[in-house]
Design a protein around this ligand. Structure first.
Ligand code: ZN
Length: 102
């Protein structure tokens, strides 16, 4: 997935034990977004949006000017708008088999 020109790898891994219930994580240093496939699809989809915002925050150096609470609200709200307007947006988290090409 391209984010601001960076080629991010989307990985699937069980994050439950590692990050206390987080359904996704973003490591911009190694250009990797990890999603927990044990979460229901809507949670994974919102998570992907959330982690995209995390990557944008990192690459644009927003730091504390973009508080995490606001980031979470934005991804929830944008996700809701996208899901409520399927005639304008389609949303799909690829399966593991589609992303593990290497
Ligand atoms: Zn976050």
């Amino acid at each position: 997935m391209k984010i601001l020109g960076y080629d991010y790898k989307i990985e699937f891994d069980n994050l439950w034990d590692k990050k206390q219930g987080a359904s996704g994580s973003c490591c911009a240093n190694i250009l990797t977004i990890t999603l927990d496939p044990t979460f229901p699809a809507p949670r994974m989809e919102e998570s992907l949006l959330h982690e995209i915002f995390e990557a944008i925050k990192f690459h644009l150096n927003y730091g504390e000017r973009f508080p995490h609470e606001m980031l979470s609200q934005l991804s929830e709200v944008l996700y809701q708008v996208m899901k409520d307007n399927p005639e304008y947006f389609s949303f799909r988290v690829p399966g593991e088999s589609e992303t593990s090409k290497e």
